[in-house]
Design a protein around this ligand. Structure first.
Ligand code: AHR
Length: 328
């Protein structure tokens, strides 16, 4: 009996030893992870979802990261709350996709005072002290807008007048500011171009559909519509749905719908001719953010501002190979 008890005790002690050993090993491994606090805009568009997927694919435990991901649901105040929480949690890096540009000085100074590098992704912020930002990776939104207006210049070179409806993205966000500025500059430079209506689509299909439907409900009193300049793909889907609902044709001999992002569905719309020009905005930014973090870890200084390469597509540019290889 005594022998049995002794054996049992040994087995228990051994199991406890193994278990605590494993647990310890797991804690140690987790402690080695680089902790990233990430504040994402929301899930307003296909582009945004592809961007989130790109981040989540890179910042995995298998790659040595613990990702604390926060979805701000398109509210800047939610981003401030998340960033303050990340500071309390003493994360190693803060990654932010800022919804709009203004109002960031105080919260980013708190991050700087806590010694946490802040990396901006996609959009920018407007702050007095540039040192609040360690690095930015994203798109040159003015250059994107210029690609669209250059195409319009070519297409309407001989037109008497070009009537444009402008659907803006989230007001005060970097893509809205850049894409709007490119259109405004082109309108100033082309005396025959006229913005006949400007509406807020907030980068969503639903909102654009609503505002366009309301605008088009006065169809009999409206001037001819030549171009609908939508500041992203999802706005274009909403605009096309409303236009077609009121009997307009979108395409070569009808309304030219312009979109930004060039996600897979937009390329399909473009192939069918419903989108006349879609300008690429690359959401696959996870690997670039990781390369900034690796540079910082190596004690080096990353590039302050890194713009990604992007192109633009017309219906004739959409091949089956392009569609098959599109990752977003
Ligand atoms: O900031 C990038 C923009 O935000 C994309 O064009 C749009 O689709 C997204 O919502």
């Amino acid at each position: 009996m005594k022998r049995k008890i002794a054996c049992l005790l040994t087995a228990i002690i051994y199991s406890v030893f193994i278990l605590t050993g494993c647990a310890k090993q797991e804690t140690t491994e987790k402690d080695d992870l680089t902790v990233i606090g990430m504040s994402q805009v929301g899930a307003e568009s296909d582009w945004r979802q592809a961007d989130t997927a790109s981040m989540k694919a890179v910042f995995t435990e298998a790659n040595g990261y613990r990702l604390l991901f926060d979805d701000a649901r398109q509210e800047q105040e939610n981003q401030f709350v998340a960033i303050r929480r990340f500071i309390q949690q003493k994360v190693d890096y803060i990654v932010v996709m800022p919804i709009t540009e203004n109002g960031w000085d105080a919260v980013l100074k708190e991050a700087k005072d806590a010694g946490i590098p802040v990396i901006l992704v996609d959009r920018m912020v407007n702050v007095k002290d540039e040192d609040l930002i360690t690095a930015h990776v994203g798109s040159d939104f003015y250059a994107e807008g210029k690609k669209a207006t250059d195409w319009m210049k070519e297409k309407y070179a001989n037109a008497e007048q070009v009537n444009i409806i402008h659907i803006q993205g989230t007001k005060g966000s970097t893509p809205q500011i850049g894409r709007t500025a490119a259109l405004d500059d082109a309108v100033k430079a082309n005396s025959k171009w006229k913005v006949i209506a400007r509406m807020d689509g907030d980068f969503t299909e639903a909102k654009t559909y609503e505002v366009m439907k309301e605008y088009l409900s006065n169809r009999d009193t409206l001037p001819q519509i030549d171009v609908v300049y939508c500041e992203n793909d999802n706005e274009a889907y909403g605009a096309i749905k409303a236009l077609e609902g009121f009997g307009y044709t979108c395409g070569k001999n009808g309304v030219s719908v312009i979109s930004f992002d060039a996600t897979y569905n937009a390329l399909v719309y473009c192939q069918k001719g419903k989108i006349a020009m879609t300008v690429e905005c690359n959401p696959l930014l996870g690997p670039l953010v990781e390369s900034v973090i690796k540079t910082l870890k190596a004690g080096e200084k990353p590039e302050k501002n890194r713009y990604v390469e992007e192109s633009a597509f017309r219906p004739e540019d959409i091949t089956e190979e392009l569609l098959a290889s599109r990752k977003y």
